[in-house]
Design a protein. Structure first.
Length: 157
């Protein structure tokens, strides 16, 4: 199957909001925000002033959205450089194991390499996500055990 990878556009907001539901269900969530809330969040995140993130989208031959890579640039990284941080990599089940995820990772690496001062690409996956871990290993990436991730809800101290 032929796919096209491209940056997200404002015209993708509705479809991205729908894909977010699919991603949430993939990760086991049963409480999904209403579509209008998701639309608003996608618009704010990708097209607000300033945007909070960027996204590469994957379209299939029919033009349907079948995957995405959501990322942000973070500073500082090594020294005074910055990094591209991949927050979400998702490909619909029907296209998994067909090289789409590998192409997305290649596009992200190219974006980082083309951006002056960007020293690396970073991302995380859950320890119990054996599929993702195997995927990244198959691309030749090694796991980095040097960090511990902390998380707290924004309303909590």
């Amino acid at each position: 199957m032929t796919v096209r990878i491209r940056p997200a556009h404002r015209s993708d907001i509705e479809t991205l909001a729908e894909l977010i539901e699919e991603i949430e269900r993939f990760y086991g969530s049963t409480e999904i925000q209403p579509l209008e809330e998701r639309r608003s969040q996608v618009e704010d995140a990708l097209f607000g002033s300033p945007p909070l993130a960027s996204a590469l989208l994957v379209e299939d031959e029919a033009g349907a959205l079948v995957g995405l890579a959501a990322y942000s640039f973070l500073w500082p990284a090594a020294g005074s450089s910055h990094s591209l941080f991949l927050k979400e990599l998702y490909v619909r089940d029907t296209l998994r194991r067909q090289g789409v995820g590998a192409r997305l990772m290649g596009e992200l690496r190219a974006l980082a390499a083309a951006r002056p001062g960007c020293s690396r690409v970073e991302w995380m996956t859950d320890r119990d996500n054996s599929g993702a871990r195997a995927f990244y290993k198959s691309l030749g990436f090694t796991e980095f055990d040097g960090k511990i991730v902390y998380r707290v809800d924004s309303g909590t101290r």
